[in-house]
Design a protein around this ligand. Sequence first.
Ligand SMILES: [Fe+2]
Ligand SMILES: [Fe+2]
Length: 411
Amino acid sequence: MKLFAIIFFLFLIDIYFYLGTLSIIDKFFNNTIFYKLLYWFLSISIYIVIIYVVNTYSNTTPSVRLNNNVIYSSFFAILFISKLIGSVPLIIDDVLRIFKIIITLFNVDSHIHDVKRLDFLKKSALLFSGVLFSTLLIGMKWGRYNFKKNYQDIFIKDWPVALNNYKIIHISDLHLGSFNNIDKFNEAVEMINAENADLVVFTGDLVNNYHEEAIPYIDSLKKIKSKDGKISILGNHDYCDYVMLKRDSQEWKTNFKKLLELEKESGFDLLLNESRVISKAENKFNIVGVENWGAGNFNKDGDLDTAMNIVDDSLPTILLSHDPSHWKEVVLKSDYDIDLQLSGHTHGMQFGIEIPGFKWSPAKFRYKEWAGLYKIAGNQIYVNRGLGHLGYAGRVGIMPDISVLNIRSKV
Ligand SMILES: [Fe+2]
Ligand SMILES: [Fe+2]
């Protein structure tokens, strides 16, 4: 029933976009039969593939895949998103026509059949969808694995002067189930290792759902090096909550246990509402890691009180928490003296603009803190843009992120 509703919705978009743009195509080409055939051949083929995939995909099938399913589904998605966005000018046009029709009803001199679509709005529909589709396609080809190092100086009060320029590599949101290229992942590992970091932190979403997704990448994860260790936390996707498995089922428990084992095998010290002290000679600071805590419908396994239980608050404290909404909803409201929170989760929506001095993404409408460093009254949060991808197998403007954080004492 749900599938039927989705197909029906896609079909409505198709019909609307087709009818709205046909006459413009007609103007460019004498014979529109090719456009008509191609349009409906593509659309109907996609419906058939969607029905096939939904009917053959089992919820219990682990998504261990080094295949191109994620590419095909992204291609279909961007095709329909482009048509949907391209339909906006057509909708504006139709609203205007309805007003004009109402006006003509009260005006004896004009006739309803005089009310036609505005040409420029029809052209806009084609232009909008064409540009969006091409951009998203380019983002799949050239954005998906176009890793970018983002350098950031972060000042922390009471940070030991001897640890000035302490280098933390911050990565997040690997989503290994959709990351279907080990060679590309190894490129990212080499870029990380080239920095010779003091500490590597990973702020969650290792997989999309199942622990098996990470297995092909364990050897690569093991190769990530740092002087003082590798510390990780869990993201909302690491709990296998999105595949209809009940948390008290044996299958869920086995999957979760194996995911924790894989984190350990990869050389990461996974913090589950706990803390560590990093020491270099006499100089120390705290690293605290909570399980996922997200505002709204996201799971709330993160427990700041438990994580802070044995923390010596005379030392500088860095908190790892996957979802940046945890910062304002819990961390800033607490009495704990947390100098810096490191988060991920937003992916910068894998779409936007980021140039020196300016950044924008639709992610900002959902998360006020969505990429980079933010400060409120001496408190700071840094949000990583994610190294992998989810849903759309590409990136436009907001590139896969390897954050290189240079921690310094506040002068
Ligand atoms: Fe994520
Ligand atoms: Fe997430």
